[in-house]
Ligand binder design. Structure first.
Ligand code: FAD
Length: 583
């Protein structure tokens, strides 16, 4: 097939000179959203989509779920073909065509296709080239056992390797995989490979899996991985991948561990695919993302950019960075098309980075700024933890939702995270909406959320976050945090107000046990033990210790409550638990 040097086609009879020539580089999330919207806005525009790969409009987010077998048919991942896009949207989609340069003076894109190179003029150019994988410094990344999971051909390669391993092994000889990188895609790959019957080791350089997750929630995800026999290697890097025994590879880690691997999947993150933009002299941000204005327009008024390739402003910190997620890419694509077609635009909102992942039976989700980000941005904040049931406790099947949220001193919500077996997606979406709306603790407390016992509670977990934050911010309930344990033990009386049975199952050495129902009668004992020091109270989740804190403060003691209670403390500091109890 050969293409004319202009995108104009005479199909609908309008003179080519009158038509807007829109060229889009990248034919998946952002690019294809823009192409479809542009067609809906301008029936006569010439719209050419250049895609260097073989597939357009494929469901990259669905790839791990075809590997797992949940999406059974590979073709279900391929949402459109160039032919279907020509039929339905009159788009000129050219696969295996790579944009190699942009001539901004002449407003032309240089293209390399199967039949050679050509130049394509544009009135409006959209860059939606996505991201490129970060290649970690591992010797042997070119080993035949190594794959990454980004594209349909990547998936095909992994599928073929897994199929071959399962076919060629006698029963009982379980193939082994090593997944390098415990981010969202790495975790989805782990789950899929375990589901296919492989024995999996997971390697993560950061100090916990799923680095965007706050440090006190990550142990819940790690426990779920261990419960599914995933070997966890956290805080170490993969150094070399070499030939091992019996045709397998050996992945050697920075701590010297040698992991046998029939398959290695490396997904350690991405960086913006901004080379084309950089070579064209477009302005980039400090992290290499293409800089755009609120309408997705780059520093050249005829060029727009969207998706993983652009830098965005973080809604909470105001800093610029990249947020490689499908939702922002799709919305930006729509906005860019509006702008290119001269339609009313809704200016780009700063990005919250709302994201969610399933890890076997658990769901983990984040929105807004996590605590590490707030600390490094120097944002003063209070953190609250709650662990309510995802629906009324008296209704069968209630599962605990572990929620963490950060608030500014004026009560404004800054970020929230949730981990649990049910109801996590609903809470994080409510919290993401609250963040977008600029809500504060008082607003969360007042949110009127749907309730019947199978679905929620009259005080929804999101309301609970609001109540607790109100109590912290207005001084009703001063709190202490699990990460302050060492100074708290050194400088205060630790008061455990759980039951004797709970204490017997594990406690903090040196803590005074006074079950909360006995506290009023034993207040003098607590006062004597405190000897003028503050009292740091804890129970299992923070509810009984809140009551105790109020009793103690009513009696004139300087009491504070452990945020998130024993559940949060033991997730963060499991080694601090003394067993067995001697009561
Ligand atoms: P892409 O969708 O990656 O499209 C860019 C396209 O441009 C590519 O096909 C590329 O070949 C093409 N291209 C690049 N350069 C050129 C060139 N010079 N000429 C022609 N074509 C070019 N996000 C979520 O929010 N939730 C999820 O669950 C989720 N799961 C994911 C799972 C996987 C396995 C992967 C890989 C990503 C996942 N993402 C998820 C991220 C999400 O898919 C991306 O953020 C989104 O696709 C970015 O859209 P984009 O248009 O910027 O880039």
């Amino acid at each position: 097939m050969s293409y004319p040097d202009t995108a104009a086609s005479e199909r609908d009879g309008a003179p080519a000179a009158d038509r807007t020539r829109i060229v889009i580089v990248g034919g998946v999330a952002g690019g294809m959203s823009a192409a479809a919207r542009a067609r809906r806005l301008d029936e006569h525009a010439d719209i050419v989509v250049l895609e260097q790969g073989a597939y357009v409009s494929f469901a990259n987010c669905g790839l791990p779920y075809h590997l797992s077998g949940e999406i059974e048919r590979r073709e279900d991942l391929l949402l459109h073909t160039p032919e279907s896009l020509a039929r339905t949207l009159n788009l000129d989609v050219r696969t295996h065509h790579r944009a190699t340069a942009v001539d901004r003076e002449r407003r032309e894109v240089a293209v390399a296709g199967p039949d050679g190179t050509y130049r394509l003029p544009y009135d409006a150019l959209l860059l939606a080239p996505g991201a490129v994988p970060v290649l970690p410094p591992i010797e042997g990344l070119d080993h035949r056992a190594v794959h990454s999971l980004r594209t349909v051909p990547d998936l095909d390669g992994i599928q073929a390797a897994v199929g071959e391993l399962l076919r060629s092994r006698p029963a009982g000889d379980q193939p082994r995989a090593v997944v390098v990188g415990a981010g969202f895609i790495g975790l989805e790959a782990v789950e899929a490979l375990v589901g296919r019957g492989l024995s999996v080791d997971l390697v993560e350089l950061g100090d916990h899996v799923l680095p965007p997750l706050d440090v006190e929630l990550a142990p819940l995800v790690e426990a779920e991985l261990r419960a599914h026999d995933v070997g966890l290697h956290v805080g170490v890097s993969a150094r070399t991948i070499t030939d091992g025994p019996a045709g397998a590879a050996t992945v050697t880690l920075s701590d010297g561990t040698a992991l046998p691997a029939d398959l290695v999947v490396v997904n350690v993150g991405v960086r913006p695919a901004s080379t084309l933009a950089a070579e064209a002299g477009l302005e980039l941000g400090p992290r290499g993302g293409i800089r755009v204005d609120g309408d997705q327009r780059t520093s050249d008024p005829h060029i727009w950019a969207v998706g993983d390739a652009v830098e965005v402003r973080h809604a909470v910190t105001g800093t610029y960075g990249t947020v490689p997620l499908a939702g922002p890419a799709n919305r930006q694509g729509r906005r860019a098309a509006d702008s290119m077609c001269g339609h009313r635009t809704t200016p780009q909102q700063p990005v919250l980075g709302t994201a969610i992942v399933r890890v076997f039976g658990l769901t983990a989700a984040v929105t807004g700024a996590n605590q590490a980000t707030l600390r490094s941005a120097g944002v003063t904040h209070e953190v609250v933890h709650v662990h309510p049931g995802h629906h009324a406790g008296y209704f069968p099947g209630a599962e605990q939702v572990h929620l963490v949220a950060s608030f500014a001193p004026d009560g404004r919500l800054l970020g929230a995270q949730a981990v649990g077996r049910a109801g996590v997606d609903k809470r994080i979406d409510v919290l993401a909406t609250a963040l977008r709306a600029g809500m504060a603790a008082d607003d969360l407390a007042e949110l009127e959320l749907a309730y019947a016992p199978p679905y929620g509670s009259a005080k929804d977990p999101v309301n609970m976050l609001g109540f607790v934050a109100q109590n912290v911010l207005d001084g009703t309930m001063p709190q202490w945090q699990a990460w302050d344990l060492d100074s708290v033990r050194a400088d205060t009386l630790v008061l455990d107000v759980r039951s004797r049975e709970e204490h017997a199952n594990g406690h903090l050495e040196g803590a005074l046990l006074v079950p909360h129902t006995e506290l009023r009668e034993r207040i003098d004992e607590v006062r004597a033990a405190a000897a003028g020091r503050p009292v740091s109270v804890h129970c299992a989740s923070g509810v009984r210790s809140y009551l105790a804190t109020r009793i103690l403060r009513g009696e004139g003691l300087d009491a504070r409550n452990l945020s998130g209670g024993w559940l949060t403390l033991t997730a963060l500091r499991p080694e601090a638990v003394a067993h067995p109890a001697s009561v």
